[in-house]
Design a protein around this ligand. Sequence first.
Ligand code: GCU
Length: 674
Amino acid sequence: LWLRYPKVPIPGRLAEYQAAFKRVVKSGTGASLDIAEAELVKGLSGLTGGTVATGAAVDGPGAVVIGTAAADVIKGLPLAARLGALGPEGYLVEAADIGGQPVIAVAGNTEVGVLYGTFALLRHVQSHSALDKLSLTGSPKIGHRILNHWDNLDRSVERGYAGRSIWDWSALPGTLSPRYKDYARANASIGINGTVLTNVNANAQVLTPSYLTKVKALADVFRPYGIKVYLTARFSAPVEIGNLSTADPTNASVKQWWTNKVNEIYQQIPDFGGFLVKANSEGQPGPQDYGRTHADGANMLADALAPHDGIVIWRAFVYSDTSPPDRIKQAYEEFKPLDGKFKSNVLVQAKNGPLDFQPREPFHPLFGAMPKTPLALELQITKEYLGEDTHLAYLGPLFEEVLKADTYAGGEGSTVARVIDGTLHKYATTAISGVANVGDDTNWTGSQMNQANWYVYGRLAWNPDLSSEAIAEEWVRQTFSNDPVVVEPVVQIMMQSREALVDYMTPLGLVHIMGNDHHYGPGPWLNSLSRVEWNPVYYHKADANSIGFNRTSSGSNAVAQYAAQVGQTFGSRDTVPDDLVLFFHRVGWQDKLKSGRTVWEELVHRYSQGVDEVGVMRETWKSVEGRIDGKRFSDVSDFLQIQHYEARWWRDACLAYFGSVSKLQVPSGYAPLA
Ligand code: GCU
């Protein structure tokens, strides 16, 4: 991954580092401090090409002093006064003077804060940055920064493209794969502090005693890395594994069953994080099965967890199976009336957009609409609709786009970032989740470049105001090389990749036109699936005259779910961005867009541009040949070749289909369809 520590090749910088990093002096004891010390020894030894030792005292220049605010040596430093404001996970890394010796201090309010500071220092050095005036400060803006594994107990992974689940349930708890520690290191290095081990389409078995001992074994590995374990709770568990005849959340025996179950979990895992729940969605059981609301269901679990400080993360990804006129409206309709009805340890988790992790969709209208209920943002790191393992699509710009989207809930500047970090509505609890792309593949994520999506998720979860481009650069420097002839082209490829993919898959606000179930290749023609809202034609509605879904006031009026300012922008043909036009409007093929082209011409243009952009990405990648190791070079080249072919497949299939519906030809000047 990005935890690579090759010797610094620039002589001046190397000498600077060798002088500054001679030994690591740990002040205090504890498992997380031990890890911080070991990480520094390993990382700095590699980067300086020598042996950085551990030491008991400063003992001359070149010490890296690590400790919490409670350590005497840290208390005596000027930085100590500034630590308090940084919260339990915050850190400061600074040059300091101890007994006349220049040192570098890595300080946190807690041991985990020290560990985060450690990784910040390593990142700084991995990027070959100067130590002069070194001052690194960090504290997370979002409290719970979580990975959601959609991993099943049989080690299959729903929407997983990186091999099997890394949780080897049959070997646990007796055997602990070394991967568990590496996974924890990687997460801690980017600030992730929670992991939901199991699929949202949950199997109640994980709540049985034998599985809980396995969960405990994982929790014990992750704890010193600051990572809490969560589980998905299948709502019908009291029936399935508890021998009750109902799972009605108002039933006293059901409540007692969950209370007992939660107590049992906390006996094994005292810092258990809580439950993630998918209920009454896509066939999953839930409180509505008993005529109860989402709030009734969530609050019942919340009551059981509250004495232990556990939380419930209740998903808002719901849509009915009764042929809705506009599927995307349902979450808002079900949850908005419940605002204020949830217990204080419940968060409602909404996907970034109202549909389902598309290459591009507008932000979810629940953001900004639930001032009394902490909303968590769910992003998908695994690229279910974005080319899975093979297509290179760096998700930083997608994540940044949603975080910066302005809900206008409290006037201008009410971005999704300000909603989920709690500042807009003064949420007491805050959370963000990323659907993990991790599996047991050697490269962890199904492709070399998909590692960047895990990385950027963690970095933005820590600070949603960071720029995705700056994070791409950080990642390239740590993962591949600091040489500008590598950094510049690879960052360029990454930064253009998501837009290229939108162009060749779903330009102009098209959504969900992928083939059924696998969601990989094109399938805009599909129209015979059992549920109407699974069919691509439901979304694009193309016919001989027009294309697009009318969500304005003359259509489904989904725009009314946004604050007035946003709804008006999306709802007017004059102001809706071309990038979302077909998501909100039904337009004639010959209507003009902002580009000056007609809708049909623009569609052809964007599909063609997407293919061309992948061609450019491929060419650009060739320039790093010989500058990075051959294995990773060819892995990425091979996938770019597949992507280039498949971008053409997307272009040709979609234009052939839409052309057959509209009876329009591809204009001259564009590559003929294969
Ligand atoms: C998508 C995905 C499912 C998943 C669901 C969810 O629909 O295809 O596999 O279960 O999202 O988020 O619950």
